[in-house]
Design a binder for this molecule. Structure first.
Ligand SMILES: CC(C)(COP(=O)(O)OP(=O)(O)OC[C@H]1O[C@@H](n2cnc3c(N)ncnc32)[C@H](O)[C@@H]1OP(=O)(O)O)[C@@H](O)C(=O)NCCC(=O)NCCS
Length: 167
């Protein structure tokens, strides 16, 4: 339990069907066009990218949740909601703080993904200083020119050019 979390509520990764039932209940109570079970099941097949955190209280297994994608070091929030009766008590804030620290920690440590993109011609063009906390790290912004420069490592049909596979 982090400092931001208290005995009144805490955040955990989605764990099993019972949690998914809870997420769907929060969805139904929060959105006019809620995501369906099938949509979540499809999403959750790709656990490397799709993440769901739930916020619990002593009386409520799933009081709120956040579903987000993590692609290299960018977080994309898909859905975020807290049960109507439990809003305004800090649960949403605690959840988002945890999403940021969890997501950014995973992203910063994803050396394989960074190398993968660099191998395709993306280059680090900017640094967001101290973007991450726990631990504190800089974030890299990766950029690739439309024509594939600087190295033109792919030819027109997507084949790698011989000798361009990086290190
Ligand atoms: C957005 C949402 C997740 C926030 O969750 P929450 O647990 O109520 O948020 P918190 O209690 O941590 O409140 C954080 C801040 O939000 C604002 N806020 C929360 N409820 C508010 C309200 N009814 N009116 C105005 N501001 C409000 C306040 O600035 C609050 O900070 P403060 O407590 O210091 O004043 C929740 O309102 C919700 O589920 N909304 C419906 C779904 C939704 O719109 N999701 C976001 C888009 S995907």
């Amino acid at each position: 339990m982090s400092n931001a979390e208290t005995a009144t509520h805490w955040v955990e990764p989605l764990a099993g069907e019972e949690d998914l039932d809870g997420v769907l209940a929060v969805e139904a109570a929060s959105f006019s066009n809620p995501w369906t079970r099938a949509m979540y099941e499809w999403e959750l097949q790709n656990r490397a990218v799709c993440h769901v955190l739930v916020v619990r209280t002593p009386d409520c297994r799933v009081a709120g949740f956040c579903a987000f994608w993590l692609v290299v070091d960018e977080i994309h929030i898909n859905n975020l909601a807290v049960l109507p009766d439990l809003r305004g008590r800090g649960l949403g804030t605690t959840l988002m703080r945890r999403v940021l620290t969890e997501g950014l920690r995973l992203g910063a440590s994803n050396e394989a993904a960074r190398r993968f993109y660099e191998g395709l011609g993306f280059r680090a063009t900017a640094v967001r200083k101290h973007y991450y906390t726990s631990p504190t790290e800089d974030a890299l912004i990766l950029w690739r020119e439309p024509d594939g420069t600087p190295d033109s490592q792919l030819d027109g049909d997507g084949q790698t050019t011989p000798g361009s596979t990086g290190d």
